[in-house]
Design a protein around this ligand. Structure first.
Ligand code: GAP
Length: 456
């Protein structure tokens, strides 16, 4: 069993309609990517799995969909305007721009640039004469902090403009709706608000295909709780994250925790879950104990009370927030990497197969008439019936082996062949993708059989 490199994987995604380069016919726009028909379905299935795990199965858990554009004071209150920055420096020789922490980390993975101050990073780079990755010389400017938020302008009246921002995280949309959800859902602490949506960051060193991009999707989950219960919830969500990833099919040995030493401006504790990608370990989730920082700041900047009234004790207080956030595009990558294999078959033949959980597969069934002339009428009838329930394809081109392979390579869990037995006895041959085993099954039982295999 062979795993693909990142380059081979990107080529695969392009070939089969999972991910294309953004604005491709114009030569692209660096680090923007478009999801194709199959990629979009997989992404939607991942969102559904997250909804099932985080919203449907949990008590007091509510999903919202807040706007990307928010009142700019939100970003003052959240601290993003002042603190959401990357330490950047320029190579004086070739004029390329780099992140200081990345230069150090790539020079020596054990250096722990995360924990260094700006001055310490600069000293380290100079002392070790770290070379520019582009030109190899070591002659850099001082480090400057660059804000990662994309700014745009909104015309209010002709001639005047207001600066607004594309959100760099979903979380703030959840915080400003704390009171709205509390009131309308008539809920009590602890309760959670989840949201799936786009976020934008002016990353200077994007890369590794879709791993670090400037536009990406997050699935964020905020649990509002009473101070004193926060630490237990924090530990709980770290574990819940691992169980969610296993639920999606990621192997435990490809997952690990990474506790942060240097904390974001809002956090009391922070831990990532990392996945072992072909380029090394990379963050796919973050769990943060944000304390009462966010709601306190929003109360201060909005002038609206964000206190919670606890009926039992008659206490009023600002809740703590434990956040668990998931990068959808990165999880997409991890799930695909985990599942995509080149498998050697008997007789020296190989097949490329995406062994993805049926609930996530972009196409669930391919319907194949054994002999086009004789079986296509019945096969088309079945195809039309099945597509009321699932995403289905119809394939009558080439020999049956080739048609199986076409399903395997995009992760279709089942192939159903219509043959003379279907016409005479009402049975079909159902072939399973991973084991390649075939069973004979009554055509009337097909829907239920497939439905069962896809249950979450
Ligand atoms: N609300 C907290 C927050 O945004 P984060 O760790 O900065 O925390 C959360 O981001 C998740 O979003 C990360 O775990 C990662 O999966 C994803 N993410 C962050 N930056 C990204 C980028 N430039 N490209 C793709 N995904 C990204």
């Amino acid at each position: 069993m062979k795993k693909l490199s990142m380059e081979e994987f990107a080529a695969y995604c392009n070939q089969y309609g999972f991910i294309f380069q953004g604005s491709e016919i114009y030569g692209g726009l660096a680090n923007t990517w478009d999801y194709g028909p199959l990629g979009t379905r997989l992404k939607n299935n991942l969102k559904d799995a997250w909804r099932y795990y985080f919203i449907q199965q949990r008590e007091n858990s509510y999903e919202i969909d807040s706007d990307i554009l928010m009142n700019p004071t939100v970003w003052e209150a959240s601290g993003h305007l002042s603190s959401f920055t990357d330490p950047l420096l320029d190579c004086k020789e070739c004029k390329t721009r780099h992140r200081a922490d990345n230069l150090i980390q790539e020079y020596d993975a054990s250096a722990n640039a995360d924990a260094m101050s700006q001055e310490e990073m600069l000293t380290y780079i100079k002392e070790h004469q770290i070379p520019c990755p582009k030109c190899g010389k070591s002659n850099f400017t001082d480090i400057r902090q660059f804000n990662l938020m994309f700014a745009t302008q909104r015309g209010v009246t002709q001639g005047s403009t207001n600066m607004i921002y594309l959100r760099p995280e979903n979380a703030q949309g959840e915080y400003v709706n704390f009171l709205n959800v509390l009131r309308t859902m008539r809920t009590k602490l602890p309760f959670s608000i989840g949201q799936i949506g786009k976020a934008f960051r002016n990353e200077i060193t994007p890369g590794n295909f879709t791993f670090r991009t400037i536009e990406f999707e997050q699935m964020e989950f905020q649990t509002f709780c009473k101070q004193g219960t926060d630490e237990e919830l924090y530990d709980y969500f770290k574990e819940y994250g691992i169980s969610f990833f296993q639920f999606l099919g990621l192997a435990k040995e490809h997952l690990r925790y990474h506790d942060h030493e240097k904390l974001a401006h809002y956090a009391k504790a922070a831990c990532d879950i990392e996945y072992l990608f072909p380029f090394g370990w990379g963050e796919i989730n973050g769990t943060h104990n944000r304390t009462d920082f966010d709601l306190k700041r929003h109360q201060e900047y909005s002038g609206k009370s964000l206190e919670y009234y606890e009926e039992q004790t008659k206490e009023k207080y600002i809740p703590y927030i434990v956040e668990s956030t998931y990068g959808l595009d990165r999880i997409f990558l991890a799930v695909m990497f985990e599942a995509l294999e080149e498998e050697e078959l008997e007789g020296g033949e190989t097949r490329q197969v995406l062994k993805i959980h049926p609930m996530l597969a972009p196409v669930k069934v391919s319907v194949l008439p054994l002999i086009k002339k004789r079986h296509s009428e019945k096969a088309l009838e079945l195809y039309k019936n099945l597509r009321k329930h699932f995403m289905v394809t119809y394939d009558d081109a080439g020999n049956i082996g080739k048609r199986y392979r076409r399903g395997d390579v995009i992760g279709t869990p089942f192939a159903v062949t219509i043959d003379d037995n279907t016409l005479e006895h009402g049975t079909v041959t159902l072939r399973e993708r991973d084991s390649m085993q075939q069973i004979t099954i009554d055509i009337g039982e097909l829907t239920e059989y497939i439905e069962k295999s896809m249950r979450l």
